[in-house]
Design a protein around this ligand. Structure first.
Ligand code: FEO
Length: 487
C-alpha cells in the first residue's frame, strides 16, 4: 500500500500496531508506531529510508507492486538505527549496487549493523545537494545527536518537504497518515512523550539545529517524519512546539513518584500532595507509584513539571531499586531549571531519603530539605507531611498565591493529633473529624451507619476498629476540624 503525499512523493512505510517496547524495554509504545519510508519519482527515483527489519518482506513486496526495484536510482538513509535501515539488507540483496547517500557516521553504523562494507556508500554533508530532475533537488542537513551521531534530514525543493527522520515524530499508529486527520489530543500526548523521553538531553542541540534550518529560508510545507504522522496542516507548528519544549520547558505542575514497602511512604505522598493542593489549587499535582505506573508517563510528567518529589522506603539502608532506576533515567535526561525534594518512611535508619536527596542534587535539580517519617505515619506525621506539601507549594509557586481555602485556614491553626486522645478536649458533637489522607469528614451527628456507628456518637466513642469509608485507613489519620469550618 502506498499513500500519496504530494505530487510525485508517496509513503511506502509500514504500520506496527502491535509493538509495545522500543529501545529494548526502555520506551513503552502504548499507541504502536510506524516506520515511514518515502518514494520520490522524478527523473530520478529515490527511496528515503526503509523500515524495521521485521517487516523487510512486506516492505519489498509493497515496493515491487509500485516499481521495479532496479528503477531505484539511489537510497537516502537519514539515520541508521535498525527501525529505519533494518530492511536495507534485504533490499540491497536485490539491488546490490544501488548508491546509498548518508552521513559519514552512518556508514560506520550501517556497516556495523549490516556487515556490508562493500555497499556503494556516498557521504553527504550539510548543504550538499543532488539534482533529481524536473527542476527539483535534494538538500542534506546533518543533525547529529538528534538523536544519534549519524542523523540527518533531507529537504526536497519544489515540493518543500522536509524528511526529518526521528525529529518531529511520535510513536503513534493510525491508519490515517496526516496530522490533521488524527485525534489531536492523542497526537500531542505522543509528541510530548517522544520529546520528553528521547530528545530532552539534546534540547540545546534541538534549538541550534532548528535555528540553522530556519536560517536557510527554505519554505516548509510538509514535514515527513520517520514515525507517526506526516505534518501537512500548519506543518511548522511542531517546529515551534519543539522550540518551546527545548527551552527548559515547565508547566505549573508537580510530579510526585515513590515506591513503598508497607504503604507508609505512599501515605506520605498522598498527604504531601494534599498539602500542595491546600495552598495552590491551580498547580497540577500528579502522584505515581513507580512499581505500578508506566515509567515513560512518569518521565513525561517530570518533563512537564516545575518540580518533583521523590519518595522511597529505606531497604537495606538504600532506596528501593525502581526509584534508583528512575533517578538514573532522570539523570541521563538532563532536565534543567527544576526543583526537587526527597521524602520517605523508614524503620531502623533513613538512608534512602539521604541518597535520593544527593542523587537529585547531582542530577542538577535545585533541592529542598528532605522529609522523613519513622515507621507508619500517625496523625501528627500526616499533618507534618501535609504541612511539608504546603511549604512546597508556597516555595515553588510560579505566581503569587491569591486567597486561601477554608480548609487552609483551619489547618493554619493548631490542630491536635487524633493519637493524643487526652488533649482532644472538644471532641463532642460540635467537632467533625477530617481524614488527612482523603479528606473524608466524620460528622458525629451523622455517625457511620455502615460500620454500626450510630448518629450522635462523638469521635472518642467511635471504636478503634473504625476505618475511613473512603481510603480504609484507621482513626490515627483523623484530626479535629471544627464543624463550622468544615461546612
Ligand atoms: Fe527511529 Fe532513532 O530510530
Amino acid at each position: 500500500m502506498t499513500i500519496h503525499i504530494k505530487n510525485n512523493v508517496h509513503w511506502v512505510g509500514q504500520r506496527d500496531w502491535e509493538i509495545r517496547d522500543f529501545h529494548g524495554t526502555e520506551y513503552k509504545t502504548t499507541k504502536g508506531t510506524s516506520y515511514n519510508s518515502y518514494l520520490i519519482r522524478e527523473q530520478k527515483t529515490v527511496l528515503i529510508d526503509t523500515v524495521d527489519h521485521r517487516f523487510s518482506l512486506q516492505f519489498i513486496q509493497n515496493l515491487e507492486m509500485e516499481i521495479a526495484l532496479d528503477e531505484i536510482d539511489f537510497i537516502v538513509i537519514n539515520h541508521a538505527e535498525e527501525d529505519h535501515s533494518g530492511a536495507l539488507a534485504a533490499l540491497m540483496a536485490k539491488i546490490p549496487n544501488t548508491p546509498i547517500y548518508c552521513t559519514e557516521n552512518a556508514i560506520d553504523s550501517i556497516t556495523g549493523l549490516h556487515h556490508h562494507p562493500e555497499w556503494n556508500f556516498n557521504i553527504v554533508k550539510t548543504g550538499d545537494t543532488i539534482d533529481i530532475g524536473n527542476g527539483k533537488q535534494l538538500i542534506f542537513i546533518e543533525s547529529p545527536m538528534l538523536h544519534w551521531p549519524d542523523s540527518m534530514m533531507t529537504y526536497l525543493t519544489g515540493d518543500a518537504i522536509l524528511f526529518s527522520n526521528d525529529a518531529f515524530g511520535q510513536h503513534y499508529c493510525d491508519e490515517r497518515l496526516f496530522n490533521d486527520e488524527v485525534d489531536q489530543n492523542e497526537l500531542y500526548e505522543q509528541c510530548l512523550r517522544y520529546y520528553a523521553n528521547i530528545l530532552t538531553p539534546f534540547s540545546s542541540l534541538v534549538t541550534a539545529k532548528i535555528k540553522e534550518v530556519l536560517s536557510f529560508n527554505l519554505p516548509v510545507n510538509i514535514i515527513a517524519t520517520s514515525h507517526g504522522v506526516v505534518w501537512r496542516e500548519d506543518a511548522t507548528q511542531i517546529i515551534h512546539q519543539y522550540l518551546e519544549w527545548a527551552d527548559n520547558y515547565q508547566e505549573d505542575r508537580i510530579t510526585i513518584f515513590y515506591d513503598s514497602m508497607s504503604n507508609n511512604t505512599r501515605m506520605m505522598a498522598d498527604a504531601i500532595a494534599q498539602g500542595i493542593n491546600d495552598v495552590d489549587a491551580n498547580v497540577a499535582v500528579k502522584v505515581f507509584n513507580v512499581s505500578r505506573h508506566d515509567k515513560n508517563e512518569i518521565l513525561s510528567n517530570v518533563f512537564r513539571s516545575k518540580g518533583i518529589l521523590v519518595g522511597s522506603s529505606t531497604m537495606n539502608n538504600v532506596m528501593m531499586p525502581k526509584v534508583a532506576g528512575m533517578l538514573e533515567e532522570i539523570t541521563g535526561l538532563r532536565f534543567k531549571d527544576k526543583k526537587a525534594g526527597a521524602f520517605g518512611s523508614y524503620g531502623w535508619n533513613g538512608g534512602a531519603v539521604d541518597r535520593i536527596h544527593t542523587r537529585l542534587t547531582d542530577a542538577g535539580f535545585e533541592t529542598m530539605l528532605a522529609m522523613k517519617v519513622k515507621w507508619k505515619p500517625d496523625g501528627k506525621a500526616i499533618l507534618a507531611c501535609r504541612e511539608h506539601g504546603r511549604q512546597v507549594a508556597k516555595n515553588w509557586a510560579l505566581q503569587e498565591l491569591a486567597g486561601q481555602s477554608l480548609l487552609l485556614k483551619a489547618l493554619d491553626e493548631p490542630v491536635q493529633s487524633a493519637n493524643d486522645d487526652l488533649t482532644v478536649t472538644h471532641a463532642d458533637l460540635q467537632q467533625n473529624m477530617l481524614c488527612t489522607v482523603c479528606n473524608w469528614v466524620y460528622d458525629p451527628q451523622v455517625g457511620e451507619p455502615n460500620q454500626d456507628v450510630a448518629a450522635g456518637t462523638p469521635w472518642h466513642e467511635v471504636p478503634d476498629s473504625f476505618l475511613c469509608p473512603e481510603c480504609a485507613l484507621g482513626k490515627d489519620v483523623f484530626v479535629v476540624i471544627e464543624k463550622e469550618r468544615s461546612a
